[in-house]
Design a protein around this ligand. Structure first.
Ligand code: KIV
Length: 273
């Protein structure tokens, strides 16, 4: 009889079931096979191959220079190390500006092993969400602070603080779910707005700087290891888990996963009210 543990394979259904049971799930970014192995083995349910790689790996001051070829390369690396997490890949800046282009870009990422693609935007990505979903490509819609729009937003700031912006965000989140989005990601929004959206939607909601009530939490890997590049002002919502690890980087990933699941992260000091 085999003594090997069964291989865990996280799917959208797994996340949906966790949301139903009120159990939190943990997500982290990764960009290569080694870290994909460490993060998935630590029990994180989701790995994001994020276009944040433009800032933490390539040294740019925004995510705008990242290309689809960059994303394909890093997605291929992550696939090689992943041990069962659901892997989402970002569609980078201007790779989904028109509908046929969106389908081609998403297909390229799915061909190298992505399980889902992530697009930044609200109502304007609704039609792309429908097209992708109908053709078998699951979508994570990223709302709130959307770094690819940094030049329009005017800075890395909390979004949805005023009532009309908050109401619009609630409406657009519902619209994206109705169009078939499998996951919503909220970045840098006030705690109560994130709570309202999480309770309203039936799809899982992942938060970063969005308080403790979202179904899952995500952080950029470098931020939770305390190695945010010096050129980036560390955001309020990050926490370095390395000091509380007794097993180096492996222990820091395990501590993060445990803190998300037991609800001790994010704490009030990581949230916007
Ligand atoms: O690119 C990225 O890493 C992201 C996270 C900040 C959510 O979109």
């Amino acid at each position: 009889m085999s003594t090997q543990a069964p291989v865990r394979k996280v799917t959208v259904n797994t996340l949906q079931a966790l949301k139903k049971r009120g159990e939190k799930f943990a997500c982290l970014t990764a960009y290569d096979s080694l870290f994909a192995e460490l993060i998935s083995s630590a029990g994180a349910e989701v790995i994001l191959v994020g276009d944040s790689l433009g800032m933490v790996l390539q040294g740019h001051d925004s995510t705008l220079p990242v290309t689809l070829d960059d994303m394909i390369y890093h997605m291929t690396c992550v696939r090689a190390g992943n041990t069962g997490a659901l892997v989402m890949a970002d569609l980078p800046f201007m790779s989904y500006a028109a509908e046929p282009q969106t389908l081609e870009s998403a297909a390229a990422l799915m061909r190298v092993g992505a399980h889902m693609v992530k697009l930044e935007g609200g109502a304007w990505i609704a039609e792309s969400t429908r097209l992708l979903t109908e053709r078998g490509i699951p979508v994570c819609a990223h709302m709130g602070l959307t770094p690819q729009s940094i030049n329009r937003l005017g800075g890395y700031r909390v979004q949805g603080r005023d009532t009309s912006q908050a109401n619009a965000m609630v409406e657009e989140a519902q619209m994206l779910e109705d169009k078939g989005a499998s996951i919503l990601l909220l970045e840098c929004v006030p705690v109560e707005l994130a709570r309202q959206i999480t309770e309203l939607l039936s799809i899982p909601v992942i938060g970063i700087g969005a308080g403790p009530h979202t179904d899952g939490q995500i952080m950029v890997m470098h931020d939770m290891l305390g190695i945010t590049p010096p050129s980036i002002k560390p955001p309020k919502f990050i926490k370095n888990f390395l000091p509380e690890s007794n097993d180096g980087i492996r222990g820091a990933f395990a501590a993060y996963v445990a803190a998300v699941k037991n609800g001790s992260f994010p704490a009030p000091e990581h949230c916007f009210n």
